[in-house]
Design a protein around this ligand. Structure first.
Ligand code: HEC
Length: 320
């Protein structure tokens, strides 16, 4: 049998026995001075020496160089604990490659011996190897280039609570509101009687407040939340998360007005610390609007969308 092939088989089999058989047994959680993976790494080196020198197989220089190089790779990748950072690994492997090259080029004979299979592949008699190498190489380079240049469109997974738990109280313009109890002071009509009324034409108290809220909305909010309140305002595409769509049954329709009041007043900066980063572009409106304006814009959002704010059921209501 071919000597170099025999040496390769021995090296691979020896490595497999070491890596899958010995190594796991002798890497206990607590390292003793003998029960220690470095000792077994030395054993592994000894085994390599036995294979390559003791058995006098004399594999070709290129193969020896490969053994030496892989030895370093295996050491830095698997034996050394804790595992070193990737950049350090690359640095060490570069140094190790230089060392391997020094070993190869120590004298002209070994260097010529190392070169010979490479030269034979490129211009000599190794025709089959040449075909394989020169087809595989461009494909590999092309694939690597494609992989690095092709953008991955998948967004990073980010778990986000859309409706965070509100605090029990919130302080706006010096007044403390209990969110469970606070209601919209302008909601004089609980039955939604004004659904079909026209702003500016209907001069009932309720519709005047809705109209005032609409004015606030179109002066401040429609840039993001859209002039149809569907979250598609002209700036909306720049934000992630996108501005809330009030038409959607999953937003204001399932929230209490006091929750909205808290969200409008405090905006993105006022969101609780849990589940950060919120990355919310919603401005804290208490800095620009009065308390009344905030309640009115909320009134307008419900009037426009036709939703009714969520309320607490009175005790026993569900039992009927
Ligand atoms: C700069 C863009 C921007 C402007 C202007 C803006 N918002 Fe928002 N708003 C957002 C974004 C983005 C969200 C969704 C992210 C979040 O939940 O914080 C949001 C969320 C909300 C929510 C929470 C809805 C829910 O389902 O929890 C309410 C209520 C709200 N906005 C009301 C308003 C009101 C009222 C105004 C005007 C006074 C306004 N927003 C102006 C960007 C904006």
């Amino acid at each position: 049998m071919n000597k170099s092939l025999l040496s390769l088989i021995l090296a691979v089999a020896g490595w497999a026995v070491f890596h899958y058989g010995l190594f796991p047994i002798f890497t206990p959680k607590e390292l003793g001075w003998l029960q220690n993976q470095y000792v077994y790494y030395l054993l592994f080196c000894f085994y390599l020496i036995v294979v390559n020198v003791g058995m006098k197989l004399q594999p070709p220089m290129a193969q020896k160089a490969l053994y030496v190089w892989l030895l370093g790779f295996y050491f830095y990748d698997s034996i050394l604990t804790p595992h070193i950072p990737w950049t350090l690994f690359v640095t060490y492997m570069m140094l190790w490659s230089i060392g391997t090259f020094l070993y190869i080029s120590q004298d002209p004979t070994t260097f010529r011996e190392f070169r010979s299979p490479i030269v034979k592949t490129i211009i000599g008699e190794y025709k089959m190897a040449r075909i394989v190498v020169f087809t595989a190489l461009p494909i590999l380079v092309g694939f690597a280039t494609y992989n690095t240049l092709y953008p991955s469109f998948a967004e990073p997974v980010e778990l986000r609570t859309v409706h965070p738990a509100p605090p029990s109280t919130t302080k706006v313009h010096g007044v403390t509101y209990k969110l469970e109890e606070a209601g919209n002071p302008f909601r004089t009509d609980e039955q939604d009687n004004y659904k079909d009324s026209f702003p500016f034409l209907d001069d009932s108290e309720y519709m005047k407040n809705v109209t005032a809220g609409g004015t606030v909305f179109f002066q401040n909010c429609h840039y993001c939340h859209g002039d149809q309140l569907n979250g598609l305002g002209m700036f909306s595409h720049a934000f992630n998360p996108t501005p809330a769509n009030f038409i959607d049954p999953g937003t204001i329709a399932m929230l209490q007005e006091s929750f909205l009041f808290w969200r409008v007043a405090k905006g993105g900066p006022g969101l609780p610390n849990e589940s950060t980063p919120w990355s919310s572009a919603m401005p804290p409106w208490e800095e620009h609007l009065t308390t009344d304006e905030m309640w009115k814009v909320i009134l307008f959002e419900y009037w426009y969308t036709g939703w009714h704010p969520r309320t607490f059921d009175t005790e026993g209501a569900t039992a009927e």
